[in-house]
Design a protein around this ligand. Structure first.
Ligand code: SF4
Length: 559
């Protein structure tokens, strides 16, 4: 460990000598209408969902060896009567946009008399929403699971277990139970190196859940996880799910050469992606290291083109820079960029649509996840809005069918007119996912992406290799709802100007199968909201009464 981890916190304690127990882990369904499910792109290669339930399989690894575990992911497979009949206990939970299904599962289990345990980010942020579960595990499981297991063994069948905040020593976290996964169901497999982020973005719940001093695993621990995946025969895309992989630069710079060595020795079985803050672009050495370690794409939170808005949202790492030039630097290091943008901040002066469209175009970001501002529970933003008496009464509930931040955002009283916010949002979506605009960004990206040392061939056994690039292109063209000629032209242009980029470029085009129609769907929903506002039919949701001011504002806490 040494160089990576502070490691003085609470370590995971394995409970031994426990009785036997059949644990059914159920990963709840995400909202069907979501930017993130990329369902059509999954279908192209025969997968069912992009990402694995990493949290649940990590908890599975912490359970006593005498306990039997089965996993059902409701996003990829059916939950059967025989699964439920087998179980002595159900463990479930996830994120806000899984809340509706989590609550349904709890209800179903309670009706059967099957004890149910919930944990995960949404339970940790809003434990009151899950009061119907038998057990609630709040915070990081490593810090508290042993107490739950001891209580269960003693015959307890109700309880609330809270892990001390930010104190879990992740160097003691066991290797996730990758063996519980059916790899062929997923586009990629997730692993985690660090928890926490040093920045202070007002709308972010990560720093509230995991703190501002990133805690990292040891090199040996991380390689053992990759060894486990490799030994199970997995090959292909691995995503470091860290919310900011470069949150502790010293640590990641010490780890990347070790990772580079590991993949080189095994002839590059994995290709990596991750999330990182935009200041990555300022560090040529780090970019070079990521490239050499076979990272091919990075998700970056850009949020707004407006400097004042970024500063007010405490996203200072994106200010005092040319955002598009920063993104271009990442392209020149051989990695594409997918980015998040938000419409609906208080500080937006007039229309933000055109500057946002211009920024996405200048940066040549094909997949821009543009959402409406959503006051997530347990954030500085939500506490501020609560103090100001602007929070919708049901701001932390995500009922079935309501959608995610694309269709159900601005869950608070806005300062700018709600109508203007929605019009701006619609305009951005309409323009950026026009096939011509999308393909233009793809072509310009291909011209910038330095893939000179990237392998054209996928590792043997990679799910993406089920369909050859050329077959994928034909399949893609046949499925495209519109703009086929334009997409074909973009493909041939990329072939001509940068043949090494084509594999990555075709993957981005495949994502259009989801984001193109999805953006049209969102626009229709937004149109309805706009019509209601214009016709005076919009009934403003009930607001929570203002909370007492708390000064100074608590910003996460272990910085
Ligand atoms: S950079 Fe990302 S993870 Fe870090 S505080 Fe901001 S939004 Fe959260």
């Amino acid at each position: 460990m040494g160089q990576q981890a502070k490691g003085a916190g609470i370590g995971f304690v394995r409970v031994t000598g426990s009785n036997s127990c059949n644990v059914l882990m159920i990963y709840p369904k995400f909202m069907a209408d979501s930017f993130w499910n990329f369902s059509e792109a999954c279908e192209l290669v025969g997968a069912r969902y992009p990402a694995i339930p990493l949290g649940l399989i990590t908890v599975a690894a912490m359970l006593p060896e005498s306990w039997n575990v089965r996993l059902v992911n409701r996003n990829t497979e059916d939950l059967t009567e025989s699964d439920l009949a087998w179980a002595d206990m159900v463990m479930t939970g996830g994120m806000l946009f899984q809340q509706a299904d989590s609550l349904e599962l709890i209800d179903m289990c309670r009706k059967r008399g099957l004890p149910v345990v919930v944990g995960g980010p949404d339970v940790s942020s809003s434990p009151h929403r899950y009061a119907t579960a038998n057990f609630r595990v709040v915070g990081e499981a490593e810090g508290i699971l042993h107490e739950f297991i001891t209580a269960w063994d003693a015959g307890q069948r109700e309880g609330l277990f809270e892990s001390p905040k930010f104190q879990v020593d992740v160097t003691k976290t066991p290797i996730p139970r990758f063996d519980l996964l059916k790899f062929e169901q997923y586009l990629y497999i997730g692993v985690q190196y660090s928890r926490g982020c040093p920045f202070t973005c007002e709308f972010c719940d990560i720093i509230e859940l995991y703190g501002r001093a990133p805690r990292t695993k040891t090199h040996a621990q991380m390689l053992a996880e990759l060894d486990a995946l490799h030994a199970l025969g997995y090959r292909g895309h691995v995503d470091f799910v860290d919310d900011n992989l470069i949150g502790n630069k010293k640590s990641i710079k010490a780890f990347l050469p070790v990772l580079e060595n590991w993949i080189k020795e095994r002839d590059y079985p994995f290709e990596f992606t991750t999330e990182a803050s935009l200041n990555l672009a300022d560090d040529g050495e780090l970019l070079h290291m990521l490239r050499r370690s076979n990272f091919f794409a990075i998700f970056v939170g850009i949020e707004s083109p407006d400097e004042e808005t970024l500063a007010a949202a405490r996203k200072k790492q994106n200010t005092r820079r040319s955002i598009s030039e920063s993104v271009h630097k990442i392209y020149k290091a051989g990695m594409s960029v997918t980015a998040g943008f938000i419409v609906g901040f208080d500080t937006e002066k007039g229309s933000v649509a055109q500057p946002m469209i211009d920024l996405i175009e200048e940066s040549n970001i094909p997949i821009a996840m543009v959402g409406l501002l959503y006051a997530l529970p347990n954030t500085q933003l939500t506490r501020r809005l609560a103090r100001e008496g602007r929070l919708h009464f049901d701001h932390d509930s995500a009922p079935a069918g309501k959608g995610d931040q694309c269709t159900a955002g601005v869950n608070f009283e806005t300062t700018r007119s709600r109508l203007d916010i929605l019009r701006d949002y619609r305009k951005v979506l309409e323009r950026i996912y026009d096939p011509d605009a999308f393909c233009g960004r793809i072509e310009r990206l291909a011209a910038m992406l330095d893939c000179s040392d990237r392998r054209k061939e996928l590792p043997e056994g990679d799910i993406r290799g089920r369909v050859s690039t050329i077959k994928l292109v034909h399949e893609l063209m046949s499925r495209l709802p519109e703009g086929r000629e334009r997409f074909w032209k973009a493909f041939t242009t990329c072939m001509k100007i940068n043949p090494n980029s084509v594999r990555g470029i075709v993957t981005l085009m495949a994502f259009y199968l989801h984001v193109g129609p999805y953006s049209r769907y969102v626009m229709k929903q937004i149109d309805r909201q706009i019509e209601d506002l214009e016709a005076g039919r919009f009934v403003p949701p009930k607001l929570l009464p203002p909370t007492a001011p708390v000064e100074p504002e608590r910003i996460a806490v272990n910085a």
